[in-house]
Design a protein around this ligand. Structure first.
Ligand code: ZN
Ligand code: ZN
Length: 472
């Protein structure tokens, strides 16, 4: 038996919804390479991010922790949350891989606490980028907040344009791929863990010219900007959409551009796999392909962004293939990002305290020893709306504590209700709120949500007490 520790690679594409990949049933051939890898491995059909923004998901992925984001609406994990995580004994899994002799790489810009456990991280943003208008304005806004507030509305259009162009010029995904291939070529005895972060599937959906016309809008649809003109949306977001969509004005044009970005990233995946093959280490590697969260494409009046409590934003792909992973399997159990760290511990036989990690290993599911880890997914939106969400096979339920909490800060409206309930079997798109019609299901789901939150809070408290006791 080969006992060599496998290399582990995470390939994460930002804001890619499961439903837009061929292997998840999409009508366009967006992901031929990922689809063929899915056939060689295991595809998970029901994977849900527990939060809707990248930074919060990082704690779920790296720390195996479900973030119950509360407090002010922000796009990142709060300082309090990070502090709480480390004070209660939280560990980022790459730290544990390093102890096993792994070299650890993160390929994209990474900041603060997230760096912990990585030997190397790749800087995509050059020095010259730091001097650009965005950075200058951020610094200025920190120094003179009130003055900035009055000025920013006249600046935002200019900033949006510059920012979108800068993102395009950076060619991040290309750089990440080249760097990954270099690392693979140079790899020696030590096993490695490498996380490739592809950001070009995120607005402004950056597509090089070779892929730009791969898909074109083949049906007529509403003009995106006419559609959003009277929705009361934050002008800066509208401006960013305007500079992002260069090829046409309709919703279908924008979707086509997003699909082209997926096809582009799919081609990069192939280059990485080819490099592993060439180096003769593909056989000793396990690859995880996934996204941090999804995206809403005009569904629920949310336009090419990832806020809101709906499945479009939370349901993501997950494909695992490589050494020891069964072939051509599809698994239906509800999965969340917190399950990735325990899966890796399981693969490498690393002892870890299960009370420190919220998720469960996916290995027993892949081996057919177990059918499910949980019967639901739990999610929190605390970036633009305050909602807690629970989803089972049959229903999705989402609640805000008040009208104010349910009001979206992007458009100043309540999207589909303060309390929402959807019958997923008859209404998978979550369009008809049956909260008032089906009281029985509503109570059942509400109790389930309450219990999930209570259990997680108890677990956190248990961790805190354990940590205090260990110091006495
Ligand atoms: Zn993201
Ligand atoms: Zn809104």
């Amino acid at each position: 038996m080969e006992s060599k520790k496998p290399n582990i690679i995470f390939i994460m594409a930002d804001a890619v919804r499961a439903r837009n990949l061929g292997c998840y049933g999409y009508h366009r051939n967006t992901s031929p390479n990922i689809d063929s890898l899915a056939k060689k491995g295991v595809l998970f059909e029901n994977v849900f991010s527990s939060n809707n923004v990248s930074n919060k998901q990082f704690l779920s992925i790296l720390g195996g922790k479900r973030v119950i984001a509360e407090g002010p609406l922000i796009n990142y994990v709060s300082k309090k949350e990070i502090q709480g995580f480390f004070e209660t004994g939280g560990v980022l899994f790459p730290e544990m891989l390093k102890k096993q002799g792994y070299k650890t790489y993160f390929l994209k810009d990474i900041y603060g606490w997230q760096k912990k456990g990585f030997d190397y991280y790749f800087k995509c943003a050059s020095k010259e980028d730091k001097s650009n208008v965005k950075w200058r304005l951020i610094n200025f806004s920190k120094k003179f907040p009130i003055f900035y507030k009055t000025l920013k509305y006249s600046f935002h259009n200019l900033v949006s344009k510059k920012l979108a162009n800068k993102i395009r010029e950076r060619k991040e995904s290309e750089k990440v791929t080249r760097e990954a291939i270099e690392i693979i070529k140079k790899s020696k005895k030590n096993p490695f863990f490498m996380w490739l972060y592809y950001g070009d599937t995120h607005l402004p959906y950056n597509v090089p010219s070779k892929f730009n016309n791969k898909f074109i809008a083949n049906k007529k649809s509403k003009n995106l900007f006419k559609e959003i003109s009277n929705k009361g949306m934050d002008k800066r977001i509208v401006d960013f959409l305007k500079v992002s969509f260069s090829r046409g004005d309709t919703i279908e044009d924008a979707i086509a551009q997003y699909d082209c970005a997926i096809a582009y990233v799919d081609s990069l995946v192939k280059r990485v796999v080819n490099a592993l093959e060439k180096k003769n280490i593909l056989e000793n590697t396990i690859i995880f392909i996934f996204a941090d969260h999804g995206e809403s494409h005009a569904e629920h009046n949310i336009y090419f962004n990832h806020y809101g409590p709906y499945g479009t934003v939370y349901q993501v792909p997950l494909i695992i293939f490589g050494k020891g992973i069964p072939k051509n399997k599809r698994i239906k159990s509800f999965i969340q990002h917190e399950d990735l760290a325990p899966t890796i511990f399981n693969i490498l036989n690393i002892n870890h305290s299960p009370t420190l990690f919220d998720g469960g290993s996916l290995i027993p599911l892949m081996n057919g020893e177990k059918e499910k880890i949980r019967d639901h997914a739990f999610m929190v939106e605390n970036s633009s709306i305050r909602k807690k969400i629970i989803r089972t096979k049959k229903y999705s339920y989402m609640e805000s504590a008040s009208k104010e909490d349910a009001t979206c800060k992007v458009c100043n409206k309540i999207h589909q209700g303060v309390i929402e309930l959807y019958d997923l079997e008859n209404d998978p798109g979550e369009n008809i709120n049956i909260a008032k019609k089906n009281k029985k299901a509503l109570i059942e789901m509400k109790l389930k949500l309450n219990k999930t939150i209570k259990d997680l809070k108890n677990l956190n408290e248990k961790r805190r007490i354990n940590q205090v006791l260990s110091k006495i």
